[in-house]
Design a protein around this ligand. Structure first.
Ligand SMILES: Cc1ncc(COP(=O)(O)O)c(C=O)c1O
Length: 456
């Protein structure tokens, strides 16, 4: 059950949602028609289940710089950025050139090309782990990490954080967004499959622990002593708004896992190359045994990478584990990754992200302070989110208490006023790109002010 802050009249909020939904519907006849047409050939009328959102999906036509345009001709500043995969911005001229240069010389060989080495060398320097392999998505990267942790330790149980998403592989599609009535007690959370089709035996091998609680981790490790292969952790929870690790938490996780003979994987699919130049490793000062990357490192192309310590990656180098894929190291992806990492997401990009992030943080916090809306803004470089809760969210169970309605109305208000956010309300965060301007981020703050004026 979500909680609406006392300062907000629920009737006023419901009325505002109604008005904004009417406005939304009026502006998107083309998208509605596309959805109807698509239902006849695409299951549910979309390419991926999580593109199916209320009131209906928005069909995009173009993206240039910091902006996208939908099929109805509405233009938006893009804060969605393809779930954070386009921190380079849309149609970046350097990416366009890298891809067109490469495609003219062949787009796929399933044999290594030089760009793969350049990217490997760069990732090694940037994320502090020596050896890398490529795959094609965040899901593949986390699947490889789980398999490696199991193979190396010879153990089957994997820990994950309650409320974290690590892609759609069976072992991690557990307790991703579990409903409050299914999660079980805080001391002993249930492993709740996110979808049908995951065998009980598989989901039971995934045990969940709350974020930011080292004692709970210790207790759970003791309960499964000698059976835990490792833990996959999103260093900051990025699918529950934006929940930061408390000081010492990630280091404590690493210590406790190693003491139990288990390994630590950071899922940096969302944090890597967005929250700092060196991702969570740089931002929080902890280097795990394995890192999963995808999204923003690929400059908008399908991509994935997994990095590990010498000891870990020797299991692949020596041939004990097959890490494979026809499209691994695909030349187009490698060309885009090389350009993204070495020419676009450079140190200077993060200086500018930080400057824009501060405008968003101070702007949104200022709006909430003046209006009395309980909440706070979390930013780290290209990423940020507003959380509608007076007290800081530490874990998924706190997050459940955040108002769904406020997340939704902010999404509607932003969208109706030219800012495109990912369509999952309170669960989502924004991603800036190197092509975003000060005017772009001020637009978000101005819209947020209009929301506050209408609500309070
Ligand atoms: C933290 C995290 N890990 C893994 C994934 C899966 O990545 P992909 O959608 O590329 O498979 C996602 C996707 O949103 C994610 O947010």
């Amino acid at each position: 059950m979500s909680v609406v802050q006392k300062t907000i009249d629920p009737a006023k909020l419901a009325k505002l949602i109604e008005t904004e939904e009417a406005e939304f519907n009026a502006r998107h006849t083309g998208s509605r028609e596309m959805t109807e047409r698509a239902r006849k050939s695409l299951a549910g009328g979309v390419a991926s289940s999580w593109q199916s959102t209320d009131p209906h999906p928005i069909w995009l036509a173009d993206g240039r710089g910091s902006k996208v345009t939908d099929v109805d001709g509405n233009e938006y500043v893009d804060f969605h950025n393809g779930y954070g995969a386009v921190a380079v911005g849309h149609a970046h001229p350097k990416i366009a050139k890298a891809i067109s240069d490469r495609i003219g010389r062949g787009s796929h060989f399933a044999q290594p090309t030089e760009d793969a080495v350049v990217v490997g060398e760069h990732l090694r320097e940037r994320f502090g782990l020596p050896l890398w392999r490529f795959c094609n998505s965040g899901t593949e990267a986390t699947m490889e990490a789980v398999r490696l942790m199991r193979a190396i330790t010879g153990r089957d149980i994997v820990f994950k954080i309650e409320g974290s998403y690590h892609g759609h592989g069976d072992p991690v599609m557990v307790s991703v967004a579990p409903p409050a009535d299914k999660i079980g007690p805080y001391d002993d959370p249930a492993s709740v499959p996110q979808t049908l089709g995951i065998p009980r035996e598989v989901s039971e091998l995934t045990r969940v622990v709350p974020f930011n609680d080292l004692e709970a981790l210790e207790r759970t490790l003791a309960k499964h002593e000698g059976r835990v292969a490792g833990m996959i952790v999103e260093p900051a929870m990025m699918n529950a708004g934006f929940v930061l690790p408390e000081d010492g938490y990630l280091g404590g996780v690493k210590e406790r896992l190693h003491a139990a003979g288990a390994l630590l994987t950071f899922d940096e699919v969302k944090t890597g190359a967005t929250i700092a130049y060196g991702g969570a490793v740089e931002c929080f000062g902890v280097t795990p045994d394995l890192i999963c990357l995808a999204k923003s490192v690929g400059g908008g192309l399908p991509c994935g990478a997994i990095g590990g310590s010498d000891e870990v990656m020797d299991w692949i180098s020596s041939g004990k584990i097959d890490q494979v894929g026809t499209f691994n190291g695909n030349p187009l992806t490698m060309a885009a990754m090389r350009t993204t990492l070495t020419e676009i997401l450079t140190h200077d990009a993060y200086t500018e992200f930080d400057r824009l992030a501060e405008i968003l943080r101070s702007g949104c916090d200022g709006v909430m302070e003046r209006s009395g809306i309980a909440g706070y803004t979390t930013v780290r470089s290209a990423r940020g989110a507003v959380t509608y809760r007076g007290e800081r969210v530490r874990n998924y169970r706190d997050f459940l208490e955040v108002s769904d309605e406020l997340g939704y109305i902010n999404w509607l208000v932003q969208l109706n006023r030219g800012v495109f956010m990912a369509p999952w309300g309170k669960s989502e965060n924004w991603t800036l790109s190197v092509q975003h301007s000060e005017a772009d981020v001020r637009r978000y703050v101005d819209n947020f002010q209009q929301l506050a004026d209408a609500l309070v």
